[in-house]
Write a protein that binds this ligand. Sequence first.
Ligand code: PMP
Length: 383
Amino acid sequence: MEISAIIKRNGKNGLPDKPEAGEKERNGLRMGWEKNVRNAVPYTPGEQPGGGNIIKLNTNENPYPPPPGVLEAVRNLEAAQYSLYPDPDAGALRQCLADYYGVEKERVFVGVGSDDVLALSFLTFFNGGRPVLFPDITYSFYDVWANLYGIPYRTVPLREDFTIDEKDYMCENGGIIFPNPNAPTGVLEPLDKIEAIVRANPNAVVIVDEAYIDFGGESALPLLDRYENLLLVRTFSKSRSLAGLRIGFALGSKKLIGYLQDVKFSFNSYTMNLPSLAAGAASIADEPYFREQLRKVTQVREWVKKELQALGFSGTDSRSNFVFVTHPKIPAKDLFLALREAGIYVRYFEKPRIDRYLRISIGTREQMHALLIFLKQYITERK
Ligand code: PMP
């Protein structure tokens, strides 16, 4: 479609439907058996549109394929293995990760993507009466889990520049969680700030969600030996190009991981399926491929930041595999809708403080080039 036609058609709301909190109760429909049903307000994941001719920059997937060894490992599985349950302990994959990070296997937990690891961590560690703390702008699954489990929580406003003020976390609380780098801002917090927060909270579990740390951040891994209450959560979905296989993990003290294992085995013994276990280990085995892939993504990210700046955008200095940008003249929602109609999917959050921003995942250089060409033309024609 021509850009001018897209500009004219703007105003049509193509955003995913927002869940309505407690809608049924308000309508007085929760009668009889429905009164006993848990009324959850779900997280809205980014769209997964089908069709070949789109550029998908909305869910922070990696644009490059996983290393060849991953496909080979899955192909090499015997048919007979599929009829047996997988290892409930996920021992081989946990050992791989333990060796890779230089910790014991008893300090590694694995799950079905980091969403599964995080959901179980909320259930396991946030079980007190005091509110759990997390930033007002953060991964929008945190409040969903807190609401699902009935965990009290309080959101803590980030500073104007989207950084954390560590003093805000030095108070009574029932636990702390934040991503580093943060999502959807991409802002990276330094290790000394994270240590200050962990040190000040010996009576609470502090979870650092390091989903994006491989793209240029300093991991809190060195702190693990000093703080029994620190849990790091990671994923294979972003830096390891394996979003489709759902592999996440946590690193922490033996005590923390032991508690997580107990809750997991009270919930579902076989969370990790056979191909995921094999693929995860094969991914860890190819370090050169992993490094090269990270280099490509971060190089394209830095180039895209400069190009967007030249088009008048400003944003955070993201250290993730996405950028978080705003344009002074064009509302983010207009841009989001126009891009979507042109087959370029990015993420827009209609939320306080960030509704002027777009979160754009880093694709291949060719994909980002197409995005930049569209934006340039759109901005010129709208003037
Ligand atoms: N944490 C953060 C901050 C994320 O952005 C995501 C991706 N949506 C996740 C965790 C979950 O990723 P996955 O379940 O694919 O590991």
